[in-house]
Design a protein around this ligand. Structure first.
Ligand code: SF4
Length: 118
């Protein structure tokens, strides 16, 4: 396997990682802590992301309500997930943590409100 270059997104340091595979094992260089190892392996085997966005809200003090996924979803489903979020319109009041889409795209992950809004 050719070396793969990644930037670790686990913390703001953003270490530049170089990943190679030897005898079936990933070898990671450039990480300043062990979390970079875990990130690189996960990114190459099962990349996932937490999504943050906003939805329309009626009757609130703002026009948009910040939302996020309750857990990470597969990276390949981000576009579909954003489309599902874009189709949601809620009505105030909403409390932080309220579930706005249950089990989005059958991922087992919910879309929840990131803040309360009167
Ligand atoms: S490897 Fe560790 S120190 Fe470097 S960006 Fe990732 S989490 Fe931060």
């Amino acid at each position: 396997m050719e070396a793969i270059n990644l930037v670790c997104i686990v913390c703001p340091l953003g270490c530049r990682l170089t990943v190679t595979k030897e005898n079936g094992e990933y070898k990671i260089e450039g990480n300043k802590c062990p979390r970079g190892d875990k990130y690189a392996v996960k990114e190459l085997t099962n990349p996932t992301r937490t999504i943050t966005s906003t939805v329309k809200i009626k009757g609130g003090i703002l026009n948009r309500l910040p939302v996020k996924t309750s857990d990470e979803i597969p990276k390949g489903m981000i576009k579909e997930c954003m489309e599902a979020i874009n189709n949601v319109e809620v009505t105030a009041p909403v409390k932080v943590g309220d579930v706005l889409i249950k089990n989005v795209l059958d991922t087992g992950v919910d879309i929840v409100a990131s803040r309360s809004m009167e």
